[in-house]
Design a binder for this molecule. Sequence first.
Ligand SMILES: [Zn+2]
Length: 243
Amino acid sequence: MKKLIRGIVEFREQKLPDYSQRFRDLAYQQVPDALFITCADSRVVPNLMVSTEPGDLFTVRNVGNLMPPADAQGHSEGDLSEASAIEYAVSVLKVPNIVVCGHSECGAMKAVLGGKADSLPPNLAKWLHHAHPAAERLASGDRLDPSLSEHDQLSQLNVLAQLEHLMTYQVVRDQVEAGTLTLSGWWFDIGSGDVLAYRDEHRAFVLINRDNAERWHGPLSGPEQATFMLKPQDSLWRRQDHG
Ligand SMILES: [Zn+2]
């Protein structure tokens, strides 16, 4: 605990002066660039990876970066917290992006893959059920990058599964259809520090470096362009499904 308290004191003494105006500007409002959904894993550090400032990311973190789907009535099949974060980010904050970011060596994915869920504490076992669609795809032979370990392959498929779950929410579908919301799937390789983006044209996660980023988005200093967009009728699995 002392390490954390020391961190607060050091932030206050050394960094806060540089952020003071930013925090004053943010005191009564936020206009984040994205709803960022990622794993609770301590090694995943969204603001560091994306070089973002306070106010830039509206973040949801949970075990396995899972997003329970909505049922036909629009209610979450899981916990209300994830669903209400979607509704607040999209309907109230009107974020233009939702990113689902998985990562390498994810303990949640290892537990799902190892079939250990039944031996886990009951809430955790029930929660990991939301990763099962990805596990089923892996079991059926679906592969995005065969060079990866099985649990990392599952982790990548899980990002796509959670993007599909997002599309079960009417508020998300409406904004995507209107062209005002973009969904992106990212994957963080902890060992290398690389962040990869899912590219539908390659059906693979591809390194986000300067060359690739400018190929996809144009000059990085230029205006925003839409990136990967999942249309309501699309399925990320369609290439496999349709041979
Ligand atoms: Zn994880």
